[in-house]
Design a protein around this ligand. Structure first.
Ligand code: 4AD
Length: 464
């Protein structure tokens, strides 16, 4: 028995006329009194394979009772298919029913388009649909390409911690980790919670970013990156925010902001090329059913050089645009999504890197520019999504870093180790963070980030 994946069988990886076995779940069953056509998917590629079952089979009656979702093992001869759009099919010599669907009428995954809202309620079963199968394979392809990109360029992958004491972004959006009895919290003389009696002996949180930890490794191994889950307790009920999302964060010693932007552009283009090359079947489905220009816009993205605009110039352009925005446009205020979209979609019509933002609303670790008013920060904005990457050159001068931490009211006691990099062989360095689900949203043309991750975590939502 040669067990093969459906994708390989359809790709002609096995000799025509040979015997193969596929294992998977039934998508659809059609047929007549004498023949049954059973479409079987094992998720290895977009298309299911058709098994043609004749009534001579000893359990033909059983096969006719199959419904979507049943699990089966099909053995038979691989033959060229006469059917439209199918390369090969299996003339079945045996169909073993491994698991029945208990109640086909209440099985949530039906062979018809279902709304993403409904499917979010059955997140544990949605990978069986065409859409979530495609999104999952595309996400996997992007993850593999992330590692390949960095590996090919001598970056070292660092696994940074999830439990931490420091607020990497200084924005106070951290989830607390504690083993203390909430109903009976130990308190010190001043009435503050006594975290010395907690598991780690101090107050700990889920990380908002691996950046501070990965900087340490950049200042020893030169080119590094972290790729893992990050957590933000921001109460954002938007289609662009998750409480738990994955971030790719490269960090490079001896790099400035211009080099940072160059790598960000090269990296994104590499990822899009990988997905177009490796997931053509899933992208064709996305283009047909989700986003008409899904393929062409990635192709355009790959070809277009990113525009670079300084924040100060971006403000002037927005003010001169004559466009009515909901949020004010003024030097010193952050850009809102509507501003970002105007810049990238209407003004330049391709991705834009906005640089050198006012220092007061950007993170404490970003390098202060000579004007004393701006920091060497960048946001990469993409048509159709807005901000997808945020990065900066880091402040490598200890005195300025200390002043910035004081300005942001951060307790230096929590950042002693981070200050050490500036005390021992400090060098200019830079990095960025790519929100991985925002990337998946963009590639798959999704309208909600909750569909870009297997089990979305958002305010009021932590099922499964
Ligand atoms: O701009 P952010 O906050 O930057 C950092 O965390 C830096 N430490 C990165 C670095 O320089 N190493 O976040 C980076 C990216 C954003 O551009 C966005 O794509 C994504 O992370 N992001 C979110 N994605 C989903 N849900 C959220 N709540 C997100 N917050 C940020």
């Amino acid at each position: 028995m040669t067990v093969v994946s459906v994708a390989q069988a359809l790709a002609g990886k096995f000799p025509e006329g040979g015997e193969v076995t596929v294992r998977g779940w039934v998508r659809t069953v059609r047929g007549s009194a004498a023949l049954a056509f059973v479409n079987v998917s094992d998720g290895s590629g977009f298309a299911p394979i058709q098994a043609v079952v004749a009534d001579g089979l000893s359990n033909f009656d059983e096969v006719k009772r199959l419904t979507p979702g049943c699990s089966v093992i099909v053995t038979g001869t691989l033959v060229k298919s006469q059917g439209k759009g199918q390369s090969f099919e299996i003339q079945a010599s045996a169909v073993e029913v491994v698991g029945w669907v208990e109640d086909p009428l209440t099985y949530p995954i039906q062979p018809k388009p279902m709304s993403p809202e409904f499917l979010r309620e059955v997140a544990h079963l949605r990978p069986r649909t065409n859409l979530f199968g495609a999104v999952t394979r595309i996400r996997n392809c992007l993850s593999q390409a992330v590692h390949r990109y960095f590996h090919e360029r001598e970056f070292c992958w660092i696994s940074t911690p999830i439990i931490t004491t420091s607020d990497a972004e200084g924005a106070g959006q951290m989830f607390r980790v504690s083993t203390l009895d909430m109903a009976n919290l130990p308190r010190d003389g001043a009435g503050n919670v006594d975290f010395s009696r907690d598991f780690f002996g101090k107050e700990t949180f889920l990380t908002v970013s691996g950046q501070l930890n990965v900087e340490a490794y950049a200042l020893a191994l030169s080119k590094v990156y972290t790729f893992g889950p990050t957590f933000r307790a921001e109460n954002s009920h938007t289609t662009r925010h998750l409480a738990e999302f994955w971030m790719v964060e490269p960090e490079m010693a001896f790099a400035d902001l211009a080099e940072d932007a160059r790598v960000a552009e090269d990296f994104l283009k590499y990822l899009f090329k990988a997905v177009l090359n490796e997931r053509a079947d899933d992208m064709a489905f996305i283009a047909e059913r989700v986003q008409k220009d899904a393929i062409t816009r990635l192709e355009k993205f790959i070809e277009a050089p990113f525009e670079r605009i300084e924040y100060t110039d971006a403000i002037a352009l927005l003010q001169k645009s004559g466009k009515k925005f909901d949020y004010p446009v003024e030097w010193g205020l952050d850009l809102q999504t509507e501003h970002e979209r105007w810049l990238t979609e209407e003004h330049v019509g391709r991705p834009v890197v906005v640089t050198n933002y006012p220092e007061h609303f950007k993170a404490f670790y970003m390098r202060l520019n000579d004007d004393g008013k701006t920091v060497a920060a960048m946001d990469v904005l993409a048509p159709g999504i807005g901000e997808i990457i945020g990065g900066s050159q880091r402040e490598e001068r200890l005195d300025i870093l200390d002043a910035r931490m004081a300005q942001f009211g951060l307790d230096p006691a929590h950042y002693q180790w981070y200050r050490d990099f500036r005390r021992y062989g400090s060098v200019p360095h830079a990095g960025f963070g790519l929100g991985f689900e925002r990337l998946v949203v963009y590639v798959c043309g999704l309208s909600n980030i909750r569909d870009a991750i297997a089990y979305p975590r958002a305010p009021g939502s932590a099922e499964f």
